[in-house]
Design a protein around this ligand. Structure first.
Ligand SMILES: Nc1ncnc2c1ncn2[C@@H]1O[C@H](COP(=O)(O)OP(=O)(O)OP(=O)(O)O)[C@@H](O)[C@H]1O
Length: 239
């Protein structure tokens, strides 16, 4: 067991304007698996991801990463956690424009004051096909290449979990396919654990499992999802 969320509730605001974004969510993300979180707009996907990654506070409930209870960590411990224990891949790549691909990839480890394992770094860069792009600035790379740099940056510290938020949202379908294929390979071949929020049933079909949210609750849990199965289930939720 890598990451477990128990009875997680998140309420934004107070009184009449309060929004219950998560309502008692319990879910475990097992080690070495690729899980997609899906659901209608406003169902709580981003909130679940942010709370599970220690990016947002919870109203009640527990988030455990291995033996660490994240809801009790202070700011300094959470910052350390975000640099090395969890990795992020965002829709908008979030690379620093003045740093080369290599400098971007190394940044989280540098901020944490550690050095990469050279063998692992070679594996990650080779797997992502970035060997001849390391000296380029983000503006000199295609969207797909930039997202592969972001994936390498997330993988290099060997985090317990990588959270991917609509990682193919800004990519055309062929490039998106390459990035998803890589994410799946990093789970199958490198043992990475990935949790991905997506609206796209095709993207979700790369995952081992789909957790479906509606109105802040888990309403389904699909193993070995196909795009058709996911689409069918989303239609019953009115998506
Ligand atoms: N900072 C906030 N303040 C108030 N309400 C918020 C805040 N963030 C999210 N919400 C509300 O919480 C609910 C869940 O939002 P969340 O962004 O988690 O949904 P989502 O499933 O990721 O949606 P989408 O698919 O549209 O990105 C929504 O009703 C949203 O309006």
């Amino acid at each position: 067991m890598t990451l477990s969320v128990t009875e997680l509730t998140k309420v934004y605001g107070e009184g009449d304007t309060a929004v219950r974004a998560l309502d008692g969510v319990t879910v475990t993300f097992a080690e070495g698996r690729f899980t997609a979180i899906m659901g209608p707009s406003g169902s709580g996907k981003s909130t679940l991801m942010h709370c599970a990654a220690g990016l947002d506070t919870v109203t009640s409930g527990s988030v455990r990463l291995h033996d660490q209870e994240l809801t009790r960590l202070g700011d300094a411990a959470l910052t350390r956690l975000r640099r090395t224990r969890v990795g992020f891949v965002f829709q908008s790549f979030n690379l620093l424009p003045t740093l080369t691909a290599k400098q971007n990839i190394l940044l989280p480890l540098e901020l944490a004051g550690t050095k990469p394992d050279p063998e692992w770094m070679t594996t990650v860069i080779d797997t992502l096909g970035l060997g001849d792009r390391l000296g380029h600035l983000p503006s000199q790379l295609s969207g797909g290449q930039q997202q592969r740099v972001a994936c390498a940056r997330a993988l290099l510290p060997r985090p317990a979990v990588i959270f991917a938020d609509e990682p193919t949202g800004n990519l055309d379908s062929k490039t998106g396919h390459e990035v998803l294929d890589f994410l799946r390979r990093s789970v199958r071949e490198l043992g990475q654990t990935i949790v991905m929020v997506t609206h796209d049933p095709n993207a979700a079909s790369y995952a081992d499992r789909v957790v479906l949210l509606a109105d802040g609750r888990i309403v389904d849990d699909i193993e070995d999802p196909t795009a058709d199965a996911v689409l069918g289930r989303l239609r019953t939720l009115g998506v």
